[in-house]
Design a protein around this ligand. Structure first.
Ligand code: PGA
Length: 261
């Protein structure tokens, strides 16, 4: 079933994780600038990078590539040593904020309650949350994928109004596919994305559900990105390893551009 894909711009987001110094980020921005001919107004692009590099990326990335963060704390300010708030990110021109990445959920024990507060803090500052969801291998093998993902989506968006949901992005990233070189098949990814959109439609109505961008993530690279983005419920990709080189980011941008027309 096609759900109005023409209304949703394809979106490519790089997740640099804990890679790149300021000097390396500057080099990436310069190299991507030289390839900016592949970037299209009809698509959207972002790089979610370490906090220390955000300012330089804001200044140096090509105009069509938006700067994003990988985490945020939900309080606006206070005695929270080591944390960064949503107003702080908004002030420096942050556009996207990843929330609930599986590495945050597993390595840093982030709960659904924290994640929903973070998503809310991000939208209150008019930034775009990228809510990451996905099942473990054990959950997939025991047939629990759809239920797990539905629960993460519902909890993650629980504090938003329907309008705020419409402007949010959901990244479906099976945990077993992240950084492993294994991807979900595009059919499996589409099945989960379609389930996510169906759940949104039940809860918020189809007009809202059809606005939400759903990305696939997990070992996406230039060679396989198009097969995901061709699916009717998948509107782009969240990419770790293959987003670290400007040339590979540009190749993926080119691949999703071909799918948008
Ligand atoms: P990967 O990471 O592309 O390196 O698998 C994806 C992610 O963690 O967002």
């Amino acid at each position: 079933m096609t759900t109005n894909p023409e209304k949703r711009k394809n979106l490519l987001i790089g997740n640099w994780k804990m890679y790149k110094t300021v000097a390396e980020a500057r080099k990436f921005a310069e190299e991507l600038g030289m390839k900016s001919g592949v970037l299209l107004e009809s698509c959207e692009y972002g790089i979610c990078a370490p906090f220390t590099t955000l300012h330089v990326l804001r200044v140096m990335l090509p105009a069509l590539v938006k700067m994003g963060a990988q985490n945020v704390y939900f309080e606006a300010e206070g005695a929270y040593t080591g944390e960064i708030s949503a107003p702080m990110l908004a002030e420096i021109g942050t556009h996207f904020v990843l929330v609930g990445h599986s590495e945050r959920r597993t390595v840093f024990a982030e709960s659904d309650t924290w994640i929903q507060k973070k998503v809310h803090a991000v939208v209150e500052q008019k930034m775009v949350p990228v809510l990451c969801v996905g099942e473990s291998l054990a959950e997939r093998e025991s047939g629990k994928t759809a239920a797990k993902v539905a629960q993460q989506v519902q909890n993650g968006l629980a504090l938003l109004t329907a309008q705020q949901v419409a402007h949010s992005v959901i990244a479906y990233e099976p945990i077993w596919a992240i950084g492993s070189g294994k991807t979900a098949s595009f059919q499996d990814a589409e099945e989960v994305a379609s389930g996510i959109r169906g759940g949104l439609s039940e809860q918020y109505g189809s007009a809202i559900a059809n606005c939400v961008r759903i990305l696939y993530g997990g070992s996406v690279k230039p060679e396989n990105i198009a097969s995901f983005v061709q699916q009717s419920n998948i509107d782009g990709a969240l990419v770790g390893g293959a987003s670290l080189e400007a040339s590979s980011f540009a190749q993926m941008a080119e691949a999703i551009g071909g799918e948008s027309v």
